[in-house]
Design a protein around this ligand. Structure first.
Ligand code: 4NP
Length: 169
């Protein structure tokens, strides 16, 4: 299993400094725990914060649950991502629409190889937050950052069950 190419997952939000880096760290931790051969990355639909470390509030709240976000750096979603990733996960519905629009551009640029990426909501398989957005915590208080962590933990667990089944076949 570990000698095979990992299944590639990309978590996407708007800025890539709050929600998607949190999702990246949580997902990676849970995949390691489940011994799953999955590689995780994250990106933003915007280019508001290129190369920036995650928001210090995201880092602090994540650290309390044992996740280290300090080495992550923001980048913008690009058309090549649709060729290189198996699964692209949107944190909210606006991200989803923007990702789908960029995939159309990617198909023009890269051809059918850009169909590799399945696009879905982070909450797609989560019975506790089914098809709900992970709300943007950037302009809010501490509760928002805790909710991001709660939803990421819950939704990533649900995705891991789905990916486990995909990798079995
Ligand atoms: P994120 O949060 O999409 O979860 O990274 C945001 C971070 C920054 C901004 C918006 C959302 N911003 O407008 O700068």
């Amino acid at each position: 299993m570990s000698s095979q190419t990992p299944y590639q997952v990309l978590c996407v939000c708007l800025g890539n400094i709050c929600r998607s880096p949190t999702a990246e760290a949580v997902f990676r931790h849970l995949c390691d725990e489940a011994n799953l051969n999955v590689a995780i990355d994250s990106a933003g639909t915007s280019n508001y914060h290129p190369n920036k470390a995650p928001d210090s509030r995201s880092q602090q709240h994540a650290k309390k649950r044992g996740y280290d976000l300090s080495t992550l750096r923001a980048r913008q979603l690009k058309t090549k991502d649709f060729v290189e990733f198996d699964l692209i996960l949107a944190m909210d519905h606006e991200n989803l629409v923007n990702i789908q629009a960029l995939q159309i551009q990617a198909l023009q640029e890269w051809g059918t190889s850009a169909r590799r990426a399945e696009i879905a909501l982070m909450s797609q398989h989560d019975p506790d937050f089914f098809e709900q957005a992970v709300p943007d915590p950037y302009y809010g208080g501490a509760n928002g950052f805790e909710l991001v962590l709660d939803q990421c933990e819950s939704s990533c667990r649900a995705w891991i069950q789905v990916i486990q089944k995909k990798l079995e076949h």
